[in-house]
Design a protein around this ligand. Structure first.
Ligand code: GDP
Length: 304
C-alpha cells in the first residue's frame, strides 16, 4: 500500500535537496509534482485540490525555521497536511453511557465486514470488553456461518438466526431487522457490553440495501455505524462512500485490505469526502491483522 506514492514523493523531495532557499517557482513545481503523484494514487480530485492549496499556502507563508533546510520544511508541511487529510486526531470508539454499546457494520459485499467483525471483537475483548456478534447478513450465502467461525476463533459469542444450522439451510426469508433486535435483547440478557451487528452488502450500491441498513439502524439505534471500505477500490471509493453516507449515514470508517498493493487513494480521500474519521484498518485475512488507525503514524509511513 502507498508504495508508489511514497516513491514519488520521496523523489520530489530529493529534487529540493541542496537548495538554499525556495523560490515561488520551486514551490509551484513541487506542488505540481505532488499533485500528479496524488492523482496517480487515485486520490479524489477535490481532496487533491484542497491538499495542494494548503501545502502551497504554507510553503509560501511559513516562517523560515533556522533548524530546517527548505527540503525538510516542505517534507514537514506535507507530513502535517497528510495527517490532516487522514483525519488529524485518532478517533476512539464512542461508548454508550448505558451498555451495551451497539456497533453496526455497513458496506458493499466483499468489503470485509464479516472479517472485521471477528477482528474488532477480538480487539475489544483484549481491551477488557465482553463483546457479542450478531449475524444480520442474511443475504450472502454462508455469511452467518462465516461470522460464527470468526466468533469462535475470537472466543466471542455469536447470535445467529439459526445457530448451528449449515449454510445450505439458512432461512433466506428471515428478517434481518428482527434478527438485529433479537440479538440486542440477547446481549442485554447475557450482559455483554458491546454488540457488533454484521449487515448485508450488495455488489453495487442499491436502494434495497440502503433501506435495509437504515431499518436496522433505526431499530437498534447504534452508537457507532462503521462503514467498511475496501482500500483496493480506487476512484470508486468516492461514489460508494457518498452513497452510504447519504443512504444510511455512518459515524466512522474502516479501511480494509490495507495489506494489498492499492495505491491508497481511498484512504486519502474518504475523510475529506464524507467528513467521517477513519477509525480502524484491516491488514490481512487473519484475526490479528487489525490496527487502530492513527493519522499521524499513517502519514509518517507514507513518507518513510
Ligand atoms: P463482507 O462481504 O463485507 O462480509 O466481506 P468478507 O469479510 O467476507 O471479506 C471478503 C473477502 O476479503 C474474504 O475473502 C476475506 O478473507 C477478505 N478480506 C477481508 N479483509 C481483508 C484484509 O484486510 N486483507 C485481505 N488481504 N483480505 C481481506
Amino acid at each position: 500500500m502507498f508504495n508508489s506514492l511514497t516513491e514519488r514523493l520521496s523523489s520530489t523531495f530529493k529534487n529540493l535537496r541542496g537548495k538554499g532557499r525556495l523560490t515561488e517557482a520551486d514551490i509551484d513545481a513541487t506542488a505540481r509534482e505532488i499533485r500528479r503523484a496524488l492523482l496517480d494514487a487515485d486520490v479524489a480530485v477535490p481532496a487533491v485540490r484542497q491538499f495542494i492549496k494548503q501545502v502551497k499556502e504554507r510553503a509560501l507563508g511559513e516562517e523560515v525555521s533556522e533548524a530546517l533546510n527548505p527540503a525538510q520544511q516542505v517534507v514537514k508541511i506535507v507530513q502535517s497536511e497528510l495527517e490532516e487529510i487522514l483525519g488529524g486526531e485518532t478517533r476512539t470508539l464512542q461508548l454508550a453511557k448505558t451498555p451495551p454499546t451497539v456497533i453496526m457494520l455497513v458496506g458493499l459485499q466483499g468489503a470485509g465486514k464479516t472479517t472485521l467483525a471477528g477482528k474488532l471483537s477480538k480487539h475489544l475483548k483484549q481491551e477488557g470488553h465482553a463483546p457479542m456478534l450478531v449475524a444480520a447478513d442474511l443475504q450472502r450465502p454462508n455469511a452467518v456461518k462465516q461470522l460464527q467461525v470468526n466468533g469462535e476463533r475470537a472466543g466471542v459469542h455469536v447470535f445467529a438466526p439459526h445457530p448451528g444450522v449449515s449454510s445450505e439451510h439458512e432461512d433466506p426469508t428471515g428478517d434481518p431487522v428482527e434478527v438485529a433486535k433479537a440479538g440486542l435483547e440477547e446481549a442485554k440478557n447475557r450482559q455483554h457490553d458491546v454488540v457488533i451487528i454484521d449487515t448485508a452488502g450488495r455488489l453495487g450500491v442499491d436502494q434495497e440495501l440502503m433501506q435495509q441498513a437504515s431499518d436496522i439502524r433505526a431499530a437498534t439505534n447504534p452508537d457507532e455505524v462503521l462503514f467498511v471500505i475496501d482500500a483496493m477500490i480506487g476512484q470508486d471509493a468516492v461514489a460508494t462512500a457518498q452513497a452510504f453516507n447519504e443512504g444510511v449515514g455512518f459515524t466512522g470508517v474502516v479501511l480494509s485490505k490495507m495489506d494489498g498493493d492499492a495505491r491508497g487513494g481511498a484512504a486519502l480521500s474518504v475523510k475529506y469526502i464524507t467528513g467521517k474519521p477513519i477509525m480502524y484498518a484491516s491488514t490481512g485475512e487473519g484475526l490479528g491483522d487489525f490496527e487502530v488507525f492513527h493519522p499521524d503514524r499513517m502519514a509518517s509511513r507514507i513518507l518513510d
